[in-house]
Design a protein around this ligand. Structure first.
Ligand code: ZN
Length: 223
């Protein structure tokens, strides 16, 4: 290893998962920086939410524009406003909230940026426990990309995925453990319709977030 592993770069969108990861990283590492991406998403409000949380938490904030991704594939409802969002997962494919290649692009750019700052630990909030089953949220993909990044730059990156096997209830539990339950609940933006905190209430992201929250609050009450 080239230097002490005391710094991490968090892929940060200002949503529930990556905000929980940001505070997880702050516990694990002495120095934490955050990288946020614009990728042609319809709701760029999330960038401002992310910036605000980073500032408040004394975390240097980097914003990278990878919006080329939305020009290459017009089928995604998060980047093309003429596509109606799938509210349920189609049986034989991914919901159209899937952005092909997104996590590979994000993590690759995050690694290039991190390396330039002497950071080799990357943190991402992907999870394979949730319903959509996006291929680039799976552990196999993350491990494979970790090897590829190391080979590509002849470095020893470590990709951390603290949420990989946590469902949304478990993510709420982790936020609470980290002392940021209220911050995550009130200040993050997860909603696909761009509404912060509890969101629009009916998009797939809100439904999942609320279900997890209800489960967690019920569990906590019964403790
Ligand atoms: Zn919503």
């Amino acid at each position: 290893m080239k230097e002490k592993r005391n710094a991490a770069m968090v892929c940060f969108s200002g949503g529930q998962d990556s905000t929980t990861c940001l505070f997880w990283a702050k516990k694990q590492f002495e120095r934490v920086e955050a990288v946020c991406f614009t990728y042609g998403q319809k709701h760029s409000a999330e960038v401002e939410v992310a910036r605000r949380i980073a500032e408040k938490s004394d975390v240097p904030f980097h914003l990278l524009d990878v919006s080329l991704i939305s020009q290459l594939d017009r089928s995604c409802s998060l980047t093309n406003s003429t596509v109606v969002m799938d509210e349920v997962k189609p049986q034989d494919s991914y919901p159209n909230t899937f952005v092909p290649g997104r996590n590979m692009v994000f993590l690759t750019f995050a690694a290039i940026l991190a390396r330039s700052l002497g950071i080799y630990d990357l943190v991402t909030g992907v999870s394979e426990a949730d319903y959509s089953g996006y291929p680039d949220c799976r552990d196999t993909f993350i491990r494979s990309l970790n090897v590829t990044l190391n080979l590509a730059m002849d470095e020893q990156f470590v990709l951390h995925t603290p949420l990989m096997y946590r469902d949304k209830c478990g993510v709420w539990a982790l936020a609470d453990e980290l002392g940021v339950f209220d911050l995550v609940r009130n200040e993050t933006l997860t909603c696909y319709n761009g509404i912060p905190a509890d969101g629009c209430g009916h998009c797939p992201a809100c439904t999942l977030r609320r279900k997890g929250l209800e489960e967690y609050l019920k569990w906590k009450e019964g403790k």
